[in-house]
Design a protein around this ligand. Structure first.
Ligand code: GDP
Length: 439
C-alpha cells in the first residue's frame, strides 16, 4: 500500500532528522520533496498545494525551528496535516435505531461493488448484526448469481427478484427484511462503465423509494484521480454519505485515498484490501497516515490478532508455554492462526519501522507452506519429541513433504531455539508472553 510515496517521504524525513538545526531553506527543500512525492503519487494538484502550504506555514514558525528536535517536529506536523486531509476522525456508518438500517451501494462497473457488499455484510455479521444482501443489478446477467455465490460463502441471505424493476426489488427487500427479523439491508445497485443519466436516474429512484440511511460509493483506488472525479459527480448528483475505497492492496500510488475527502467533502469509511471476503477495514485517517509515513499501525495489527486468536486458545497456549509443553503441533497451530490475520506482507507494513527492512528481507509465504508440509510429514511422536529426528527420519520427512533435508534440519534448529527462548520466558515470573496482552 502506497509504497512509493511512503519510501520517498521517509527518505526526506531521514535527511531532516539527521540535521541538528533546521533553517527555513531546509524546510523549503524538504517541502519541495514532499510536494514531488505527493504529485507522483497522483494526489490532486490543488490538494498538494494547500497541504504543502499548511505544513510549511506551521513548520517555519520559530517554535519549531528552535526546538530541540526540529526534524521530528516537522514530521509531526506532516503527520497531523495528513490525518486532517483524510478527514481527521474515522467515520462510522449510520446504524438506524429503527431497523432495518438501509445501506445502498453505488458505483461504476468493476469498482468492487458486489464484492464489497458481501465484505460489508460479513463484517457486520461478525459484529452481531443480521444483514440481507439485495440484488438490484439487473443488467449484468452474472451479477445476481455472483451475489448469491458470495452470500452463500458468508452465510448471509440474498434477496432477488430476477430482472424485475430495481425500485420494486429494493422496496420488496425491506419488507422481506422486516418479516425475517434482518436488521441491515445492503442494496447492490447496477453500475455502468461511465456515469450517465440513466444510471443516475435509476439510483435516484431507488434512493427516493427506500430512503437509505447510508449511501456508500464504491471506487477503485487504482484509477487514481478518476476515482476522485467519479466521487465528485456522484456526490453532486445523488449525494453520498461515504466512500469505500477498494483495491488499496494493489499497486496503488495513494493519490485517490489522499485527495478524495479534501475534494468532495465525503470521508472514506472503508478500505478494500484484497479479493477475499474478510479483506475490508474501517478507514482510520490517523492509522493510514502512520502507515504512509512508515510509523506502522499497531492498533490495526492488535485488532486483527484479537479477531484471529480466540481467548481460550491463547490461554491454553500460554499454559503450554509455561509448562514447556509446546510442541511442533502447537507451532503449526500458531502459524495457521497468524495466516488468518491476512497476507503476511500487509501485516509487516503495520509494524513500526519494520516495513521496509522486512520487505527487503523478502519474507516468502512459500516458506510457511514448506514448514507446514514438513510438520505434517512427521509422526505424532516426532512432533512431540523432535529430538528423535535423526538423519534417516530427516530424509523420510524431507521426501514426504517435498522439501530438502536441509530445510527439515533448519526448522528443527529454529524450533529448538524457540523452545530455549521460551524456557527463559517461562522462568521469569509474570512474563507469560500471551498473558501480557490479555484483558
Ligand atoms: P462491481 O462490478 O463493482 O460489482 O465489481 P466486483 O465486485 O465484481 O469486483 C470487480 C473485480 O475486482 C473482482 O474481480 C474482484 O475480485 C476485484 N476486487 C474487488 N475489490 C477488491 C479489492 O479490494 N482488492 C483487490 N485486489 N481486488 C478487488
Amino acid at each position: 500500500m502506497f509504497q512509493g510515496l511512503s519510501e520517498k517521504l521517509q527518505e526526506t524525513f531521514k535527511r531532516l532528522k539527521s540535521k541538528g538545526k533546521l533553517t527555513e531553506a531546509d524546510v523549503n527543500e524538504a517541502m519541495r520533496e514532499v510536494r514531488m512525492a505527493l504529485l507522483e503519487a497522483d494526489v490532486n494538484f490543488k490538494v498538494v498545494k494547500d497541504f504543502v502550504a499548511k505544513v510549511k506555514e506551521r513548520s517555519i514558525g520559530q517554535e519549531v525551528l528552535e526546538s530541540l528536535s526540529p526534524g521530528q517536529q516537522v514530521i509531526k506536523i506532516v503527520n497531523e496535516e495528513m490525518v486532517a486531509l483524510m478527514g481527521g476522525v474515522s467515520s462510522k456508518i449510520n446504524i438506524s435505531s429503527k431497523p432495518p438500517t438501509v445501506i445502498m451501494l453505488v458505483g461504476l462497473q468493476g469498482a468492487g461493488k458486489t464484492t464489497h457488499g458481501a465484505k460489508l455484510a460479513n463484517m457486520l455479521k461478525k459484529q452481531g448484526k443480521h444483514p440481507l444482501l439485495v440484488a438490484c443489478d439487473i443488467y449484468r446477467p452474472a451479477a445476481i448469481k455472483q451475489l448469491e455465490v458470495l452470500g452463500d460463502q458468508i452465510k448471509v441471505p440474498v434477496f432477488s427478484l430476477g430482472q424485475e424493476n430495481p425500485v420494486k426489488i429494493a422496496l420488496a427487500s425491506l419488507e422481506h427484511a422486516l418479516s425475517q427479523g434482518l436488521d441491515v439491508v445492503i442494496i447492490d445497485t447496477a453500475g455502468r462503465l461511465h456515469i450517465n443519466e440513466e444510471l443516475m436516474g435509476e439510483l435516484k429512484d431507488i434512493k427516493a423509494a427506500v430512503k437509505p440511511h447510508e449511501i456508500l460509493l464504491v471506487v477503485d483506488a487504482m484509477t487514481g484521480q478518476d476515482a476522485v472525479n467519479v466521487a465528485e459527480s456522484f456526490h453532486g448528483d445523488l449525494g453520498i454519505d461515504g466512500i469505500i475505497m477498494t483495491k488499496l492492496d494493489g499497486d496503488t500510488r495513494g493519490g485517490a485515498a489522499l485527495s478524495v475527502k479534501a475534494v468532495t467533502g465525503c470521508p472514506i469509511k472503508f478500505a478494500g484490501i484484497g479479493e477475499k471476503l474478510d479483506a475490508i477495514e474501517p478507514f482510520f485517517p490517523d492509522r493510514m497516515a502512520s502507515r504512509i509515513l512508515g510509523m506502522g499501525d499497531v492498533l490495526t495489527l492488535i485488532e486483527k490478532a484479537q479477531e484471529a486468536f480466540d481467548e481460550k486458545q491463547a490461554r491454553e497456549m500460554e499454559q503450554k508455554l509455561r509448562k514447556q509443553e509446546f510442541t511442533l503441533d502447537d507451532f503449526l497451530d500458531q502459524m495457521q492462526q497468524i495466516k488468518k490475520m491476512g497476507p503476511l506482507g500487509s501485516l509487516l507494513e503495520m509494524i513500526p519501522g519494520a516495513g521496509k527492512q522486512l520487505k527487503d528481507a523478502q519474507i516468502d509465504e512459500k516458506d510457511m507452506s514448506h514448514v507446514e508440509a514438513i510438520i505434517h510429514s512427521m509422526t505424532q511422536e516426532e512432533r512431540r519429541k523432535p529430538a528423535l529426528i535423526k538423519d534417516s527420519r530427516k530424509r523420510r520427512i524431507a521426501k514426504g513433504s517435498g522439501t530438502s533435508v536441509q530445510e527439515v534440519g533448519r526448522l528443527l534448529k529454529q524450533f529448538e531455539q524457540m523452545q530455549k527462548m521460551m524456557k527463559q520466558f517461562a522462568g521469569a515470573p509474570g512474563m507469560g508472553m500471551m498473558g501480557k496482552g490479555k484483558k
